[in-house]
Design a protein around this ligand. Structure first.
Ligand SMILES: [Zn+2]
Length: 370
């Protein structure tokens, strides 16, 4: 395990496909290494085998540490056949294949190696806190639960190692997801006048949702908020008046959009439907001219060959939960994975980018702790 490619391969071999997740073995393996390098490691399991870890080193009480974060879990393999073993860490040329290579075991490996390489220089400095989570995919449950404990402590800035091809992304949209259940009264299909059709109620609401206007100002990098009705279920037989219908709605928000206001407007459209909000995470955004973000851009420039331009991610990250504790911390999403490879069959990561990421993380740590 002396190099970052070997470490990425080791992490790929742990089956952390979520569901069911089973991050424990992978987390314990990473935690044992961190302890060996001098870190104080705490584990947290919000459910059996769903293990996250928080590891810290250094700290001087003057400035909060720098947080580097990633997740252990990976998405399922999908239905298409893989040409490469998803758990073996096969490589061809510069490509390292495997489920989670880009999203984001390469990022986790780069964080770990940068932590190892800098550990001996961090005593008496602000130090770093490494947060590696379970259950990021499908809702950020691991970080959500972690944020409710005291384990996270403080952090003054956050680096999220999700796939960006090592480009610094200055934020991502927020997410607001809910189910709404419409109730009706069942009757025989030949006498619909005796019933109350729940599918019609849901359909009328869906038509209004399609036409919904957020009346939000466009964000310069993220654009506007969006709304998508992703599921529609209703009725149990063609000869029955349906007494229930359920829709699933996915709203992606940008800075300046107040989630509570949006839900108020939703409830006006949904009427008496029962609403269950199962995900409510604000957007993550740091002004590109923030002082630390400028440092990030300066540090990435020479490694990437040219000064990057500010951009944002399309996906969610754990940062939305971590910022509940690390409130106000400038946050960059920056990792070696290829964003377009995430969740794909034959997912791969460029090995050159993984090595680059180690160099960038080390430089960010040195800069924060100088
Ligand atoms: Zn990810």
């Amino acid at each position: 395990m002396s190099d970052v490619i070997g470490l990425t391969r080791t992490l790929l071999k742990f089956d952390t496909v979520n569901p069911p997740g089973r991050e424990r073995d992978c987390a314990r393996h990473a935690g044992a290494m961190l302890e060996e390098w001098g870190f104080k490691v705490d584990y947290h399991e919000y459910a059996d085998s769903r293990t996250s870890l928080v590891a810290r080193i250094g700290g001087n009480g003057k400035r909060a540490p720098l947080c580097l974060t990633g997740h252990f879990d990976v998405v399922p393999l999908g239905t298409r056949k893989w040409a490469h073993d998803p758990f073996a860490g096969e490589s061809h040329g510069d490509k390292l294949y495997g489920r989670g290579s880009s999203d984001m075991k390469a990022g986790v490996a780069a964080i770990l190696l940068a932590a190892r390489n800098t550990a001996s220089k961090l005593s008496g400095t602000p130090g770093i806190v490494v947060v590696l989570t379970a259950a990021e995919e499908g809702g950020g449950l691991g970080s959500k639960n972690l944020a409710q404990t005291q384990l996270l402590g403080k952090a003054g800035a956050i680096v999220v190692g999700e796939p960006t091809s090592n480009q610094p992304f200055v934020g991502h949209k927020g997410s607001l997801k809910f189910h709404a259940i419409f109730r009706g009264v069942s009757a025989h299909g030949s006498m619909p006048e005796l019933g109350e059709n729940a599918v019609y109620k849901a359909a009328r609401a869906v038509a209004k949702l399609e036409a919904f206007d957020f009346k939000a100002k466009r964000h310069p990098l993220m654009g506007g908020p969006t709304l998508n009705v992703g599921t529609f279920e209703g009725g149990s037989g063609v000869n029955l008046v349906p007494d229930a219908a359920k829709i699933g709605v996915d709203i992606r928000t940008v800075p300046g959009v107040d989630h509570r206001m949006v839900m108020k407007k939703m409830k006006r459209i949904l009427g008496k439907a029962e609403v269950d909000v199962f995900s409510d995470l604000p957007p993550v955004w740091t002004e590109p001219d923030d002082e630390w973000m400028q440092r990030v851009f300066e540090i990435c420039g020479p490694v990437l060959g040219k000064k990057p331009r500010p951009r944002t991610a399309t996906y969610m990250t754990d940062a939305a939960n971590l910022l509940k504790v690390y409130a106000g911390a400038p946050t960059v999403v920056l990792g070696p994975g290829e964003p377009q490879m995430a969740h794909q069959t034959d997912e791969y990561c460029s090995m050159e980018r993984i090595r680059q990421a180690v160099a960038i993380y080390e430089a960010l740590i040195a800069d924060w702790c100088k």
